[in-house]
Write a protein that binds this ligand. Structure first.
Ligand SMILES: [Zn+2]
Length: 272
């Protein structure tokens, strides 16, 4: 919690959560302290830097985790969860990381879901009309493999969290462990229909590797067309306090990577 105070300064978290420029100013320093390489991969529509962070495992051949967040600017918990884990140097050394911590910095600054041109970036992976997704799709295309994709989101329509899973790699599902974490932090949505989908367990949507909208591909669908994938999209409830939502994202990231097993684990052997 000390690192959180350092990050958020003296005013309230909620007040600072949309300060995208402060976020982007702190990010390279905190990433360097955590021994990540920070690379500028492009610029947002509004001229802010788009960063990718990378770090190789210290323990030899290891699974590759792609952690991405901040694609919707009105969903601040994911980016701040990532920044706080960097500040605490708490991201596992047992896996290779590619981290996209803030895909839509203009949206975060404006508090809007869309980018500065009014585009929903998480529906732009097929048509690639935005500067942001043109830049990030190149990062995805250059990746040789992704063993685990974690995408952090928020939803203002629900009072608790829920999880999407896409699993095309014949891997064991981590969903149960992740749902347990989410339940402990924010509770789980118990509705019979979540975001238009029928859950297969409380708070869990197992999604086919196909888009809901033919032209409106989200990130996970773009990735699953390229890689056999285990992908989780966590949605925390915007109505709950920001601290609880950040804690939920942090716990789910940590639990997912622990499930992966690290170098020498099942996934590093089976994912060639
Ligand atoms: Zn979202």
């Amino acid at each position: 919690m000390e690192a959180w105070r350092e990050i958020f300064g003296t005013t309230s978290m909620e007040a600072e959560a949309h300060d995208a420029d402060r976020y982007l100013e702190m990010l390279p320093t905190l990433a360097r302290k955590a021994e990540f390489i920070t690379e500028s991969v492009g610029q947002s529509t509004g001229g802010r830097t788009l960063y990718a962070l990378r770090r190789e495992s210290t323990t030899g051949a290891a699974p590759h985790v792609l952690l991405s967040t901040g694609i919707h600017g009105d969903e601040p918990a994911g980016p701040w969860a990532v920044l706080s884990l960097l500040a605490e140097q708490a991201l596992s050394a047992a896996v290779n990381w590619t981290v996209l911590p803030l895909i839509n910095p203009d949206g975060l600054a404006a508090g809007s879901r869309e980018n500065a041109d009014g585009l929903d970036l998480n529906r732009d992976f097929k048509l690639q009309r935005s500067a942001e997704i043109c830049a990030l799709s190149k990062v995805f295309d250059a990746m040789a493999k992704v063993d685990l994709h974690l995408s952090l989101h928020e939803d203002w329509e629900y009072d608790q969290s829920y999880l999407y899973e896409i699993n095309t790699g014949a891997r064991t599902s981590f969903a149960e462990a992740l749902l347990e974490c989410a339940k402990a932090n924010t509770g789980l949505v118990e509705a019979a229909l979540i975001d238009g989908h029928t859950p297969c367990a409380p708070g869990l949507i197992r999604h086919a590797p196909d888009p809901d909208e033919p032209e409106g591909w989200p990130e996970a669908i773009y990735l699953v067309k390229k890689h056999p994938l285990l992908s989780y999209t966590l949605e925390t409830p915007s109505r709950q306090p920001l601290a609880a939502r950040i804690a939920c994202h942090r716990a789910v990231i940590t639990a997912a990577v622990a499930q992966l097993g690290g170098a020498g684990g099942f996934y590093s052997k089976s994912s060639s």
